[in-house]
Design a protein around this ligand. Structure first.
Ligand code: SF4
Length: 135
């Protein structure tokens, strides 16, 4: 279950071990997503929705990739995801990837400053990898 889905199901910042600021940011994204969600396949729909947000702010640190590059990356990731038939890596692999990112200095507010992606989502995609070769 994604963090977004947990928040959707009522998990608090404390429940998820995150700051109120991060929780508020994720909740804001989730609320915006829910306005357009058709009620089917939460994870896939949320991932595609997030991937369509090239203008999303990454937080206090600036991202090396331009917004145009981020948009291209997100669009390609979404296209790969769709063409794979919405295939995801196993939960254990997803969690391993997220653990590596969580201890990486290039992670800012859930996003990698190298590629601009939201890592809890990108980590589900078999076609994706860490731009610095950590996974
Ligand atoms: S994808 Fe790689 S560089 Fe980016 S946050 Fe994760 S481990 Fe760090």
């Amino acid at each position: 279950m994604t963090v977004a889905e947990k928040i959707h199901n009522g998990a608090s910042a404390d429940d998820l071990g995150m700051s109120e600021v991060e929780w508020d940011s994720r909740k804001k994204n989730l609320d915006a997503f829910l306005q357009s969600w058709n009620g089917v396949r939460f994870e896939e729909a949320y991932l595609l929705w997030v991937a369509s947000l090239p203008e999303e702010e990454a937080g206090t640190r600036s991202l090396p990739p331009s917004l145009k590059t981020q948009a291209k990356t997100a669009t390609k990731a979404a296209a790969d995801f769709i063409s794979s038939g919405f295939k995801k890596v196993a939960r254990v692999e997803h969690d391993r990837r997220v653990e590596v990112c969580d201890s990486c200095s290039d992670l800012a507010k859930g996003r990698c400053i190298r590629c601009g992606c939201f890592m809890t989502l990108k980590a589900w995609l078999p076609s994706q990898n860490c731009p610095t070769g950590k996974w």
